[in-house]
Design a binder for this molecule. Sequence first.
Ligand SMILES: *Cc1c(COP(=O)(O)O)cnc(C)c1O
Length: 390
Amino acid sequence: MNWSDRWDTSMMKNYGRPPLLLVQGKGSRVWDDSGNEYIDLIAGIAVNALGHGHPAFVQAITDQLNTIGHTSNLYATEPGLLLAERLLELSQAPIGSRVFFCNSGAEANEAAFKLSRLTGRTHVVVAAGGFHGRTMGSLALTAQPAKQDPFRPLPGEVTVVPFGDTAALSSAVTPDTAAVFLEPIQGEGGVIVAPTGYLASARADCDKYGALLIVDEVQTGIGRTGQWFAYQSHNVVPDVVTLAKGLGGGLPIGALVAFGEAAELFTPGSHGSTFGGNPISARAALTVLDVIEKEGLLGHVQEVSKRLASELPAASNGFVSSVRGEGLLLAAVLEGLSSSDVELKLRSHGLLTNAVAPNAIRLAPPLNLPTADVDEVIQRWGRAFQELGT
Ligand SMILES: *Cc1c(COP(=O)(O)O)cnc(C)c1O
């Protein structure tokens, strides 16, 4: 029996049957079990920030495993401590800010949701089309009815407002509001960028009633948009930032950075995680941050982004009207083609992408996608769209 039939037999049915069995990765490239090579433009869903098998990354986690691999939160370890300090520094958090580590994006938002309850309030405001995770708590914040409806009742008192509508958000925040959860760019929702001034307006709404502004940077954080954190280009200071995906560069880790007074809400016994901040994942994350800095990847992300945004539409045979997003979280907006057909065609030309919306293809390549590979991406893309036109 081939692997895909075996997959169908042994795996739960929550995912569609995957199109490929990937057996190897190096840099921006991956190979399937038939030896076909692909440029990985989705990077494990915006996770593999340094691509596959970056030597410094492999060395760091190997060293760490040879030193001390797991202790649980009963003991302190150096990588976890260093990572917390580094995240506070990079997020320019005020004195008194603090970090909590977990293992995933859903867990980071779950922790933020619990933290918000400790304000003594229970009402939460979220944006339609947002994505904050799949656990019961984070799912309650994920305003996508198809994902939520089979699992009701979910934790309550969540008001949903249209994303990007400042007036709607202002009227939803009240003296009972514990928190507003927002993504700077809705990633799973189709790579929809918050309009200029939206986060600042949300900040003002939260300040008016003492609600927490919780910015979900699980997908946008850690250099993805060409800034350390996407909120940094919005001229706001959040109360809480949630992180995961790219932070560990492929090892599971999530984090909550709580700014100022919000950092005091968790008290002994409030919350915990056995694996959270374990030395291997923390060392992996420290290495991601070091390499982004040493290799100048924030600037590189901005340059590659500009090229893709300008050159992909031109190479699309008239089928791409625009490219939206920031940094290396981009979506090519299709005209007259379905994204699933395009994803398939691109794959047959050696490009892994993701049909994030019926009319949009998401690109979230490694942050260190080499310049030579950008040329190759544009050529392969052009050939795929030529074929789509015939
Ligand atoms: C992916 C994602 C999550 C959930 O992360 P998991 O690690 O899959 O639980 C939460 N928020 C945002 C913005 C995401 O993109």
